[in-house]
Design a protein around this ligand. Structure first.
Ligand SMILES: [Zn+2]
Ligand SMILES: [Zn+2]
Length: 254
């Protein structure tokens, strides 16, 4: 008997049956939408996607184009340890609520949508990277939350790219207080030496470029500490991809 339906058609049928049972929800408010990953008309304008022109290294948006590979003032004055950083969204009231429900509200089902947005924002970094790894949670926090939201994003990003997913590439050497309790300088101190490369991965990272994944970038202290730890163990370069980032208008080089 010949195949009446192609595999793709069967998959599509399966998906539409699933959609009928569990209609896809807007990743921000949960309102029913017509396809997975689509935002509802109310939420679409409240989310602020980051787009070009950007600083070539730290990815901070410029108000107008400064030419290809232009750098912001901060990166010219003191280049960060990572090679490139990109984020999908501005961290604002709407994305904050979305991230909080992802982190604490059992909305791990939204990871594939967020990962797709991040892949779009970080397509250049993906091309340059060989391994994908998340910023780790300390085990005590992992028990409380049940999952590491950055690990879910990392796995969604690695999917279909051929990049090696190294979920436990980095480990926390100590529990740190929440970064929210500190000033910019305090945050740097709080995470200094808090990350190490997992000994299991040490023989496999020499000369590699790693794409580090996190949910929110605030001052960058956490990803910088992770980057330094990777570079100290033989990694050639680190790129960083986050779902959201805080953008301080004062730090824009305009
Ligand atoms: Zn919505
Ligand atoms: Zn910059």
């Amino acid at each position: 008997m010949g195949n009446i339906f192609s595999k793709t058609a069967l998959l599509a049928m399966g998906r539409s049956c699933l959609d009928a049972l569990f209609p896809p929800g807007c990743p921000r408010c949960g309102e029913e939408v017509d396809r997975v990953g689509a935002l509802c008309p109310d939420c679409w304008p409240s989310l602020d996607f980051i787009s070009d022109p950007l600083c070539h290294i730290c990815g901070i948006p410029f108000e107008y184009s400064q030419g290809e590979a232009a750098l912001c003032g901060a990166c010219i004055a003191a280049p960060p340890p990572y090679a490139g950083l990109r984020s999908a969204l501005h961290y604002n009231e709407a994305s904050r609520a979305m991230v909080l429900s992802f982190k604490h509200g059992d909305r791990s089902d939204r990871a594939p949508t967020f990962a797709a947005w991040m892949k779009r924002a970080g397509r250049d970094l993906l091309e340059q990277s060989e391994m994908v790894a998340p910023v780790p949670l300390h085990p005590s926090r992992l028990i409380k939350r049940r999952y590491n939201q950055s690990a879910l994003l990392a796995s969604g990003i690695a999917k279909g790219t051929g990049l090696d997913l190294a979920q436990d590439l980095l480990v926390r050497t100590r529990a740190t207080a929440s970064q929210g309790n500190y000033s910019a300088k305090g945050r740097v101190r709080n995470v200094r030496g808090a990350f190490a490369v997992n000994t299991r991965w040490q023989p496999h990272i020499e000369g590699k470029t790693v794409l580090l994944v996190d949910d929110v970038l605030t001052t960058g202290a956490t990803v910088e500490a992770c980057t330094r730890s990777l570079l100290s163990q033989g990694v050639t370069a680190v790129n960083v991809l986050t779902l959201c980032r805080v953008v301080q208008p004062a730090s824009l080089n305009i």
